[in-house]
Ligand binder design. Structure first.
Ligand code: ZN
Ligand code: ZN
Length: 251
């Protein structure tokens, strides 16, 4: 049980309570397992934070992958060149390797809600993110209902709420549903999976789209971008013109 997440005390009492808990249950670093001394993060020690490759400018405006060295074009880097993106902009917080991979996997497979505080700190520290999210409605990538039952939670949902709270109560709308369970299709060829991904999502019944509105679709990881692009394609067909994507990690 995560004692910290359970408390509903006022801020000062919570601080004292957390200090007391630190003595009884020291917090372990998610990466090396050492006790985390008081610092910037709750579950990342001062040494391991250097193993997180946070994205800093310049980056690809389409998928958010950082450019190291020469920037040939601000769009369509090698990571998203084949995507034909429906969205106009993308951001990612860190690269999906070393500590970045551990963080994403803990959230996704172990429902590591205790990490949301540290994710909030990373979100707050991301360059220009308030500008990117200004006046936007946040839309989580949905899980298929079968998968949701099996896992018991949707990591994109958790993240979206974390982003919304961290950035000052941004609106969240669950506009999409997943109508095809693509996780059962891992034996299909890559081409077939991409075709199926395009049909995997639908607009939720009763969802309303405002063409003027900026929508930011949020997922835990950007791998090929096919999932996020499929979500954006549904919103585009429903009339959304200003689409963006945001992920924690970029693989
Ligand atoms: Zn560590
Ligand atoms: Zn790119």
């Amino acid at each position: 049980m995560d004692m910290r997440a359970k408390t509903t005390l006022p801020a000062v009492a919570k601080l004292v309570w957390n200090r007391a808990l630190d003595l009884v249950y020291p917090r372990d670093c998610i990466s090396c397992g050492d006790i985390v001394e008081e610092g910037q993060f709750d579950y990342i020690c001062g040494e391991c934070i250097d193993k997180l490759y946070r994205v800093e400018p310049p980056w690809c405006h389409t998928c958010g992958f950082p450019f190291y060295g020469v920037v040939e074009s601000a769009r369509n880097c090698p990571h998203c060149a084949d995507l034909d993106p429906v969205f106009e902009q993308g951001r990612t917080l860190f690269l999906y390797r070393e500590l970045g991979k551990t963080l994403v996997q803990e959230l996704k497979y172990h429902r590591a809600k205790y990490l949301l505080g540290d994710f909030g700190r990373l979100i707050k520290a991301a360059v220009d993110l308030p500008e990117f999210l200004k006046d936007a409605i946040l839309v989580p990538v949905p899980l298929h209902s079968r998968k949701n039952r099996e896992r018991g939670f949707n990591q994109s949902d958790l993240l979206t709420r974390c982003v919304a709270e961290t950035m000052g109560d941004l609106p969240v709308e669950n506009l999409l549903e997943r109508i095809v369970d693509t996780s059962t299709q891992t034996r299909l060829s890559r081409e077939k999976r991409i075709i199926n991904m395009k049909k995997a999502f639908a607009l939720k019944a009763g969802a309303e789209i405002n063409p003027e509105q900026i929508y930011v679709v949020i997922d835990d990881i950007f791998t090929t971008g096919a999932t996020l692009n499929a979500c954006c394609a549904v919103l585009r067909r429903a009339g959304a013109l200003r689409l963006r994507v945001l992920t924690l990690g970029h693989g």
